[in-house]
Design a protein around this ligand. Structure first.
Ligand SMILES: [Zn+2]
Length: 363
């Protein structure tokens, strides 16, 4: 019996060293190639460095031009989060959850007179509030990471949902879409807009709003039980060839416009991307940081501000976890990072981490 048990432990250790994000043996090191004391050292180091990141970011709020201290903190965050085992490390869980909790408190207490406040939540999730409406994009708890300790609790996510009037989902992948979240919106009588066909075999499908995926054409979406109206354009984007990805452009009742791009990545779509600014005025663009040729995307939308999303998605292996340093490289248009190799983009770039917010006012 004892022998069988030790074989089982050995097997689980071997498995955990090869499987991304599998839960570790609770009594062994998180990284099975390290001794217990080496592994504990990395937990302690993560805790110390993340504490420093929190301190610097709290003193240097998102702004443009970006302060050097702030940039250093984001780069330090890249280093901590690109430990292969970072999604399993308790200090990373605490860092993530504490920041989200703080954001939820802020959201509940924030009223806007003019302009907009934009919170970055997990991955490509944003919550935007103006004087009259609150809009959610790709809100998820982080279940894509598949680690129990690393996800937004149901109670916190429910509080976020309570604060929103509408949810726009770009596409089906679980780092952007969660049926539980969508169903919660629907249970509250709030619209959920998603691509046609997404979750077609699920009961929730009949309650989802499917707007036309048509370039530049404004459609009306009622929110708050018809008390407010949004003008919405759903650009027919794609991730690769097969996956429909809604690139949503929303005008709030105040006339401020926001576009979130989901996992946009398809060169044929430059046909409409190149023409967005000739048809619409875009205040804030929220592209996936790794979208194909972000310099050309910036030129096509020509927004007042760019806030990239999707950095450090902890469910991805480190080579696709998308660090901040790559977002800075891509801004320069560097060819080896998907740019044209000619020049970068000049639009202000606001980089934020989980739970941070930025106040935008056109004036
Ligand atoms: Zn994604």
């Amino acid at each position: 019996m004892k022998r069988i048990l030790s074989i089982a432990i050995l097997l689980s250790l071997i498995t955990s060293s090869y499987t991304q994000n599998s839960e570790p043996d609770p009594i062994g090191p998180i990284n099975p190639t390290l001794s217990i004391s080496e592994d504990q050292f990395l937990n302690n180091q993560a805790e110390a460095l993340l504490e420093h990141v929190n301190m610097v970011l709290s003193k240097h709020q998102p702004s443009w031009p970006e302060e050097a201290d702030r940039r250093s903190a984001l780069l330090l965050l890249d280093a901590v989060l690109h430990d292969v085992y970072a999604p399993l490390r308790p200090p990373v869980h605490v860092f993530f959850k504490t920041r989200i909790k703080k954001a939820v408190d802020e959201i509940e207490q924030t009223e806007i007179e003019s302009g907009a406040r934009i919170w970055k939540l997990y991955n490509h999730g944003f919550l935007i509030r103006t004087r009259s409406v609150t809009i959610g994009f790709d809100l998820v708890r982080g279940k894509s990471v598949n680690i129990e300790g690393f996800s937004i609790g149901d109670d916190d996510m429910s509080r976020i949902i309570d604060q929103c009037d509408v949810l726009f989902i770009s596409h089906i992948h679980d780092d952007h879409a969660e049926e539980w979240v969508a169903q919660s919106f629907i249970d509250q009588g709030k619209p959920v807009v998603a691509p046609t066909g997404m979750w077609i075999d699920r009961p929730v499908y009949a309650h989802i709003t499917h707007l036309e995926r048509e370039s530049h054409i404004e459609q009306i979406l009622q929110v708050q039980g018809g008390q407010q109206e949004l003008k919405v354009v759903i650009y027919p984007g794609h991730q690769g060839v097969d996956i429909d990805n809604n690139v949503t452009l929303v005008y709030t009742p105040e006339g401020i416009s926001f576009s979130q791009m989901g996992d946009q990545a398809n060169d044929d779509d430059f046909e409409w991307i190149d023409e967005v600014a000739n048809n619409h005025v875009v205040d804030v663009l929220m592209p996936n940081c790794w979208t194909s040729d972000i310099v050309r995307v910036a030129k096509g939308f020509d927004p007042e501000v760019i806030i990239t999303g999707h950095e450090n998605e902890m469910g991805h292996t480190i080579d696709h976890r998308e660090p901040y340093w790559l977002t800075y490289q891509r801004r320069k248009g560097s060819e080896s990072f998907g740019g044209s190799g000619e020049e970068g983009y000049d639009n202000p770039l606001i980089l934020m981490t989980w739970g941070e917010s930025y106040y935008y006012n056109r004036e």
